[in-house]
Design a protein around this ligand. Structure first.
Ligand code: OFO
Length: 177
C-alpha cells in the first residue's frame, strides 16, 4: 500500500502532468493562430504524451491502494511573442517537471517505497528525452531567427511527428468518429 506522503506527492504530479497537457494544447492553439500548423501538430502529439504520463501516476496510486484526488488546473500561459519563446518555455517546463520527478524519487527512497521505483525510473529516463527534444527545437528556432524560409522548413519537419496508434487526440481518429 502506498504511504500518505508519496500518495499526496503523486496526486500533485497528476496535476502537473495534466497542466503539461493543458500548456501544450495552449501552445498548439498559439501555433495555429500564426499558421505554423506543423509546430501545432508537434504540440498536440506532446499533449497526448502528457495525458499518458498523468494516467501512469493515476493508475499507480489506485493499484497501490491509494486514492486519486484531482486538483484544479492552472491556466499557465496562452500567448507567446515568437515560436522560439514558446519552445524555450516548453524546455523550461520540462526542466521543472524533471525537478518534480527527482523530488518524487527522493520521497520514495525516504519512505522506502521500492515498489514505486520502476515507475519513477521510467519517468527519469523519459525526462531526458522530454528535455532534449524541446531544447533542441528551441535552439534550432533561435538559429533560424527571422529567416522565414528556414522557419517554414522546420515547421514542415515538425509536422512529421506521429501520434501513437489509436490516440484519441489524433484528429484522424476523432474526425472519423
Ligand atoms: Fe510529462 O513530461 Fe513533459 O511535462
Amino acid at each position: 500500500m502506498i504511504g500518505d506522503r508519496l500518495m499526496k506527492a503523486m496526486n500533485d504530479q497528476i496535476r502537473n502532468e495534466l497542466e503539461s497537457f493543458y500548456i501544450y494544447h495552449s501552445m498548439a492553439a498559439y501555433f495555429h493562430s500564426i499558421s505554423l500548423d506543423g509546430m501545432a501538430h508537434w504540440m498536440r502529439c506532446q499533449a497526448h504524451e502528457e495525458m499518458i504520463h498523468a494516467m501512469k501516476f493515476f493508475d499507480h496510486v489506485i493499484d497501490r491502494g491509494g486514492k486519486v484526488i484531482l486538483q484544479d488546473l492552472k491556466q499557465l500561459k496562452t500567448e507567446w511573442s515568437s515560436p522560439a519563446e514558446a519552445f524555450r518555455d516548453a524546455y523550461k517546463h520540462e526542466q521543472f517537471i524533471t525537478g518534480k520527478i527527482n523530488e518524487l524519487s527522493s520521497i520514495a527512497r525516504e519512505e522506502k517505497d521500492y515498489t514505486s521505483e520502476p515507475l519513477l525510473a521510467w519517468f527519469l529516463e523519459e525526462q531526458i528525452e522530454e528535455e532534449a527534444s524541446a531544447g533542441k527545437i528551441a535552439d534550432e528556432l533561435e538559429m533560424v531567427g527571422s529567416d522565414k524560409s528556414a522557419l517554414l522548413l522546420l515547421d514542415r519537419e515538425l509536422a512529421t511527428r506521429t501520434f501513437p496508434p489509436g490516440s484519441p487526440f489524433d484528429p484522424v481518429a476523432y474526425k472519423a468518429a
